[in-house]
Each structure stands twice: as C-alpha cells, then as structure tokens.
Design a protein around this ligand. Structure first.
Ligand code: SF4
Length: 76
C-alpha cells in the first residue's frame, strides 16, 4: 500500500510515547489526536493490514483492532 499518508499524519513529530500507552486506559490522548487526523482511515487500514501489535493507529488500540478484525471476519 502506498505510504504517502504518513507525511500528512497529525502525530508527526509528537512524542511517540503518547501512541504507545501502557494500557488502553491511557490511550485517550492519542485517540484525541487521531480523531482530528486527516489520514486516520489510511493509518487504521495499514495497521489492520499489517497486524500491528502495539500502539494506537487510526484511533484504535491493539485491543480495538483485534475486535475490528473479528467483526470483519464475521461479516465477510
Ligand atoms: S490516525 Fe493517529 S496514529 Fe495514525 S497517522 Fe493519524 S495521528 Fe498518527
């Protein structure tokens, strides 16, 4: 997949620690940034497609993404 979306990411230059919270309860700050990011969908699809294990991508934590993958399988 083309990676041009990365250059438009709202998280560019921010502290990566925000996006790698220790648990889901600490993911609110990252999710708030993702919520206003113009490339959120591309980012989320990248993470789902690559089975990214850690971090918040496209406003979703790893747990959120696992849930999305399960849901997609059920509706596929
Ligand atoms: S959706 Fe979130 S993690 Fe993805 S590029 Fe945008 S700000 Fe960064």
């Amino acid at each position: 997949m083309n990676q041009q979306w990365r250059s438009k990411s709202a998280c560019q230059g921010l502290d990566p620690e925000i996006f790698y919270p220790l648990d889901d309860d600490e993911s609110e700050e990252a999710k708030a940034i993702c919520a206003v990011c113009s490339v959120r969908e591309a980012c989320l699809e990248h993470a789902l497609g690559h089975r990214e294990k850690d971090g918040v991508w496209g406003g979703a934590t790893e747990r959120d993404r696992r849930r999305m993958i399960r849901q997609r399988r059920r509706t596929a």
